[in-house]
Design a protein around this ligand. Structure first.
Ligand SMILES: [Zn+2]
Length: 113
């Protein structure tokens, strides 16, 4: 798994943890047929994943997670979907090469692919 994909998985786990720790949201998911994994399982999966990640990127991610409730944002057509900043062409990765970047607008870790 690439580092970019691993961070996307971490992001998804963190969003699931928010859902799992909110009984109202968990009930809503159940109504539409989903079962959310129990929070302790998610926490364990998260810990296992976190130790495999690059420390520097993880630091950026964790800081933004604490600040905004989300540590990762995605880019579409050079625009950060977290803060709508248009990123310079020079920052774009080579085609087909998903990579990580830090948004200069909001400081979030950007998944750019
Ligand atoms: Zn941004």
């Amino acid at each position: 798994m690439s580092m970019a994909r691993a961070f996307l998985e971490l992001h998804e786990l963190d969003q699931l943890l928010v859902q799992a720790s909110d009984p109202t949201r968990a009930a809503r998911w159940r109504q539409v047929g989903y079962t959310i994994a129990a929070a302790p399982t998610l926490v364990r999966d998260r810990e296992r994943l976190a130790v495999t990640l690059d420390r520097r990127w993880l630091g950026v991610y964790e800081r933004c997670l604490g600040r905004y409730g989300k540590g990762l944002s995605t880019v579409r057509k050079r625009v950060c979907l977290g803060c709508r900043l248009t990123l310079p062409t020079s920052a774009a990765p080579p085609p087909g090469d998903a990579h990580l970047h830090v948004c200069e607008g909001c400081g979030r870790l950007l998944l750019w692919d």
